[in-house]
Design a protein around this ligand. Structure first.
Ligand code: GLN
Length: 378
């Protein structure tokens, strides 16, 4: 058989989590919390099961959950989204992204992807016959060079992929970025795929500029979200996609034959949980405290933090430690010091290595303390 992804190996998250397990290291690599979700969330899901919500959900998701999401969007971004035609519940954010690409990318279509890029984007485009057009973010600010973007537009450019807050760098799009994007999308009739799974994890009073807030962008966009990331339940694989009705109609044609529908009791539970806005309004402060605590603990190590405006990832430079490659360093620190992290070169197709590694701070205080204690010895 001819491989559709000849150059793809095992995802770095699986590799580093396995290495962490093998060496009994503290796992700050793959992005997931080491603390449990809110008890209320478990109770409402259990209640839904007891009430007999155990058969197929409707293909786009149960209406109470779609209505709760529309309400949350109205509260967060002052935009009215139609729960009937513009929201589809998905098994996680990664699936939501894949399905958007599968919906609209034809063989030969070019898709603009900024690097470092979350590791599923390029394979998702390739498997659908698209052509990834890779554009590096500036270093070390990790911002979009719009001049460079304009120079990469061709008659085949179909879509531009965004991720804000950004994994792995923690950068966020600004109003100025949005203005540039608006011009570009209008001038070349592009589609936008905006991965906003960390929408509530924005710090220091910063604002999340969701594509949902800009009607002239939204009319060409798929915007993807994750309950796993924001409600500390990554193992549930629950997310959703929002798109205008004409795009969502096509999206659902693909979705119905990929997984048909998503598990029912979790949907009822999440609908109930979203009735309390505090459950998502409390998130920025909750995670900012963790980021600040981690930075404070790391202050007397030889790692140098880069700014983290959002997400639950903290990048660190290590030029005061060694000049080895970032992959070698992360493996060595896992084996010798017992803390796993992610080399940022894994987010570049050509392995560009700026000697930066990523730590996930979605962890209990005690975990962060123990990790920093070990990292002080590096
Ligand atoms: N999004 C998570 C991360 O960046 C990983 C999810 C996964 O392993 N697929 O670490």
């Amino acid at each position: 058989m001819i491989s559709k992804l000849p150059n793809v190996g095992t995802t770095i998250f699986t590799v580093m989590s396995a290495l962490a397990a093998e060496h009994k290291a503290i796992n700050l690599s793959q992005g997931f919390p080491d603390f449990d979700c809110d008890d209320t969330l478990k109770e409402v899901v259990n209640a839904a099961m007891q009430q007999g919500h155990n058969q197929y959900a409707p293909m786009p998701g149960i209406m109470p959950l779609r209505e709760a999401i529309a309400k949350k969007i109205y509260n967060s971004y002052a935009q009215t989204i139609n729960p009937d035609t513009e929201i589809t519940i998905t098994p996680g954010g990664t699936y939501a992204i894949f399905t958007a690409i599968a919906t609209c990318i034809q063989p030969g279509d070019e898709v603009i992807i900024f690097e470092p890029a979350y590791d599923s984007y390029i394979p998702n485009v390739l498997v659908n016959g698209g052509v990834p057009v890779l554009i590096p973010l500036t270093f070390p600010e990790y911002r979009i060079n719009w001049e460079l973007v304009r120079s990469k537009i061709t008659s085949r450019t179909r879509m531009i992929m965004l991720n804000t807050p950004h994994n792995p760098t923690g950068s966020i799009l600004t109003e100025a970025d949005i203005r540039e994007l608006e011009q570009l999308v209008a001038a070349h009739n592009l589609l936008v795929l905006s991965d906003e799974v960390y929408e509530h994890l924005v710090y220091d009073g910063g604002q999340h500029h969701s594509i949902l807030k800009y009607p002239n962008l939204f009319k060409n966009s798929f915007v993807t979200f994750s309950f796993g990331k924001v409600f500390h339940v990554t193992g549930w694989k629950m997310g959703y996609c929002i798109a205008p009705a004409h795009l969502m109609k096509e999206y659902r044609k693909v979705h119905q034959y990929l997984c048909f529908s998503v598990n029912t009791p979790m949907q009822y539970g999440l609908a109930k949980f979203l009735e309390t806005p505090e459950h998502y309004l409390s998130l920025p402060a909750f995670y900012q405290e963790k980021r600040d605590y981690f930075l404070q603990l790391m202050a007397d190590t030889k790692f140098t933090p880069l700014p983290c405006y959002g997400s639950y990832f903290q990048l660190m430079r290590y030029d005061r430690i060694s000049d080895e490659g970032d992959k070698d360093l992360t493996i060595r620190i896992t084996k010798e010091f017992g803390v796993a992290s992610i080399p940022v070169s894994a987010f570049y197709q050509d392995g560009q290595d700026d000697h930066v590694i990523r730590f996930c701070f979605a962890k209990k205080k005690a975990t962060l303390e123990q990790a920093a204690e070990r990292l002080r010895k590096v």
